[in-house]
Structures are given as structure tokens and as C-alpha cells.
Design a protein around this ligand. Sequence first.
Ligand SMILES: Cc1cc2nc3c(=O)[nH]c(=O)nc-3n(C[C@H](O)[C@H](O)[C@H](O)COP(=O)(O)OP(=O)(O)OC[C@H]3O[C@@H](n4cnc5c(N)ncnc54)[C@H](O)[C@@H]3O)c2cc1C
Length: 559
Amino acid sequence: MSMNSTQSALERLKPAMDDIPGDWDIIIIGGGITGAAILREAARMGLRVILVEQVDFAWGTSSRSSKLVHGGLRYLKEGRIFLTKASVEERQRLLREAPGLVEPLGFLMPMYKGGHPGRTILSAGLTLYDLMGAGKRHRFLQESAFHAQMPHMRREGLKGGFSFYDAQVDDARLVLRLIKEAVDDGGWAANYTAAREILRDGRGLSRGVILEDIGGARSREISGRVVINATGWWAERLHPSSDRTCHLRPLRGSHIVFPSWVIPIAQAVTFMHPSDNRPIFVIPWEGVVIVGTTDLDHREGFDDEPAISKEELSYLMEGLVHCFPSLSLDSENAISTFAGIRPVVSQSDGDRSPSEESRDHVIWKDRGLITVTGGKLTTFRRIAWDTLNEAFEFLPEGVTVDWNAPVFDSPEEKGIDGVDLPEWDWQRLFGRYGKAARPMVENSSPEDLHSAGGTPTLWAEVIEGARHEGIEHLDDLLLRRVRLGLLIADGGISLLDEVQRRCGPFLPWDSRRWREERNRYRHILEKSYGFPGRKPLPSAEKEGFLTKTVRKARQRFRL
Ligand SMILES: Cc1cc2nc3c(=O)[nH]c(=O)nc-3n(C[C@H](O)[C@H](O)[C@H](O)COP(=O)(O)OP(=O)(O)OC[C@H]3O[C@@H](n4cnc5c(N)ncnc54)[C@H](O)[C@@H]3O)c2cc1C
């Protein structure tokens, strides 16, 4: 693609509005997992392709999932064997291709007297699950063996339980890795660039979109042979479904994040909530424990970040306290919360309960405009292929898909002489950053190869995010390029001086801009990652005042 060769990969990631070429094979709207996966595959095919995202890459549901790469046992229960099979195959592929990003996860599922479904049904389901994946992995544990593995779990009525395997991922990093590798292959990706309108010619054929940058300061038209609307639960804003019986039903799912010392578990556990018998997950992830999720109609507006409600917080706490009675759990000890909106396509006129709605993806087309929504993070590649299949009729002749190509570029997975980094950290960096991992480490000072705030994240990753990953705001960096905002109490605001010191040289921000960014970050934390009813976080000015006062007192009293 001659047009692609003149710009560097860095310039194709987050280009200025005026630098975006005007003519494309494919324009993708939406920078979640669906848009990112389509971009990756289209760039691999050598197509001229751009993705535009109204806020930040993975800002929507794709950074707010339960972070499981799973076959979905519940789909099996619903008889959706093909969806489960496709998901299990994708899970196995991702485990093979991206260790360090997608990791195996042991699961326990307790069985209580009188609980449903019974042991025989579950055993049959798990056998099928195993057969679709890596062979026999599940087993039944008698009560005492189960208790030994999950000692804090309610023992009253416990009959034992199953042990089985799934996998987990850093969802936002998965999106980022796909986007960055697509950009390395000649694709373009612009965050903070919204598609405001679909343009059509006299015959009604879609011919492009009107783009608008942050705050609507600049807008312009670009044209494309085909436009793909991958905007998740926003999809009907740009392209309403013409089928009266098939519409998006936004369903919110919220999570609570605890420090691992509060819920000490070595593997994930799923149990039935005592009030409605829905499955709840408790999952160790990145040194913390995630508890989720709820499933209810989201009635708030499109433009605000979703947040956990008081009722959801109480519901999840009720389930937790019931499940782990000996831990005296209290939401006061939790670190953060987050909520996402499932883009569920309902064909039920809203008369089904949220949990009964299908999680399949759906594609609808209208003269060069293709909308794809619904589905799961796990099956992103299949969703991308299904969508591109619908786009072929509009694309140049001779474009082919390589169904066997690996999803990711394979990095040269070896360390660097003289760099003392444990094997585990290398794996993590190769998984999350692919080929960018080695240059990242080469350009890091030894002090950058240490943990940020006691988390598995290295300071080098925070700096990489600021330097090379197209951030616009501090929240892009701390909530999506790295996940410190979820992993450290109060979103890690105690680390902000350190973040500013280390990342400042790579960002064009003066001290006023840093203050604004810090205040914006606090505001977002309070609104969407905090706890309803908790005390507000101190403002940047107040925090600055407190820091100065403590520093002065220390100097005065030589502390
Ligand atoms: C609580 C919860 C837990 C989940 N857990 C799992 C799980 O464990 N495993 C799993 O496989 N799946 C899970 N899922 C499902 C999965 O997360 C979603 O299906 C997936 O992330 C949807 O991705 P998407 O790209 O379609 O949408 P999104 O990630 O929402 O992306 C759409 C993007 O489009 C952008 N956009 C909207 N309008 C415009 C516009 N006009 N111009 C430009 N950009 C625009 C938005 O800003 C957004 O970033 C979960 C979902 C939820 C809600």
C-alpha cells in the first residue's frame, strides 16, 4: 500500500485529523476488541484500512469485561454447543500463541446439598467441555479435598465440587496488541476521533463518514468502499436495526476489586448467588481478586462511563459474604470497582430476563454499511472473519484471507544479555507487547524494570504507554495502557508524582496540564471506578498542599 509506506507506525497510530488520508478500502468505527480484530485481519490482507475511536482504544466494554477467555459453560447449559466449541478452540489458540497475555486459569465450582444442576449433569457438561479443548482436565473433588483447596468457602451443606480450567487475559492490552500489530502492518488507528455521520451517495450506497475530533473542534469527510460499524452497545446510534424484533439491549455488568490478602484464593471460583441462583465469579488477576458480575438493564446515557450502583454493590457483597462466611468481608476493604455494558442483541421484546438473552454476535448490512455487535471477547477473531466475509463484495478483487495465519506476530522470545529480568516478567512483556518488548527493555533504565506500586506492572510499561501508545489523557495511561487505576487503592493517586516524574519527559504537558490531567483522572475514578457513598478523593491542589505541608514539617523536624 503505497500510501501506508510513507508514514511510520508511530504516525499511523493516533494521527492528527489533517494527516489522515481521505480514501480507504475499509473504515472501521469503534476501537474495542471487535474493531481491533477486524483492523488486524484487514491489515494482514494488505487492505487500506483505518479504525476510528471516539474516546480511547478499549475505552468501551473491552476494558471492562471479567477478563476471561472462556468457552462459556453457561452456553453449554443452554445447548449452544457451536458457540462453546468455537470459544474453546479460540481459547486454546490464544493460550498457545500469546502466553503472558492469555494465561491458563484453574477454576473450582462447589456443589451444595440440593443445588442445581446436579453432579451428573455438570460432569457430562465438563466432559464435553474437555473434549472440545485440551483433553480431560476436570475432576470431582470430595468435600475434604475441595475444602483444602478453598478453605474459606462455606462448608455447611458442601458435598465437594469440580475443578476445571479456563483462561484469562488483560482485555485492554489484548485490544492494544491487535491494534499495534495492525498498524505495524500498514493499518491506521485514530483514537479521540468520532464518526458523526455515515455518508451515502445518490443511490443510497454508503461512501464514507464524517469524522470529528475531541470536542468537535475539527471535522472532515473520508471515503471508503465499505464502512464497518463496530461500536458495541452504541451500534444503533449510527445504524438502527431495520428488524423490528431485533434490537440492542444494553445490559450492565459490574465488578468489585479486592486486594488478594482480603480474599486469599489461589484459583478462581464460581458459585451460585443465594438470592437468584446466578453464577458469580471470584477471580485472581494481576495480584488482586475480581468479583463479578451483575446483569441488569442499563438505562443511563450513552456518553457517560458506566459505574456500579449501590444495589449492585450490595448484591455482590451479599453473595460474597454468603460464600466466604469466615472472611468477614466488607466493601470498605475493596480497592476499586468497574462496570461494562454488554452489547446484547435481543430478539425477545425485553420479556426475557437479562441472563437468558443470547451472547452471540449479530451482523446486519445496508448497502456498504456493515454493523457487527454482540459476541464475546474470546471469539474476536471469528467475529472479525464473519464481518470481513460480508465485506468482500465491496473490496478489490484478489483479496484473500489466510485462515491459518497466527493471530499475533511472534516476537523473538529471548532476553537481553546483561538485563536481569526474571523469566516471568519477560513472558508477561512478550505477551502484552509482542515485538515491542525487547526495545522497551533495551531503552529502560534498571530502575524502570521494577514494580510500579507493588503490582506486576513494571515502570517500563507505564513509560512505554506514555511514549509509544497514543495516549491523550492520564486516564488512558493508568486505566488502559497499564491497569494501575484498578489495581491500587484510590486508583494509585499516591503514585502520581512518580508517574509524572518518569513519564513527564515523554509527554508534551506543562505543569498546568499535569494538574488538569490529575484532576480529570480523580474525577473519572470517583465517578466510575469508586464506591457509591465513599468520601471524595482530594483534588490535585489539595493534594499538592498536603504534600508540601508534610515536606515542610519533615524538613523542620528533620524527619
Ligand atoms: C460485565 C461484562 C463482562 C464480560 N466478560 C467477558 C469475559 O469474561 N469474556 C468474554 O469473552 N467476554 C466478556 N464480555 C463480553 C465482551 O467484553 C464484549 O462483548 C466485548 O468487549 C465487546 O466489544 P466491542 O468492540 O464490540 O464493543 P466495545 O468494547 O464497547 O467497543 C465499541 C467502541 O466503539 C466506540 N464508539 C462508539 N460510537 C462511536 C463513534 N460514533 N465513533 C467512533 N467510535 C465510537 C466506543 O467508544 C467503544 O470504545 C463481558 C461483557 C461485560 C459487559
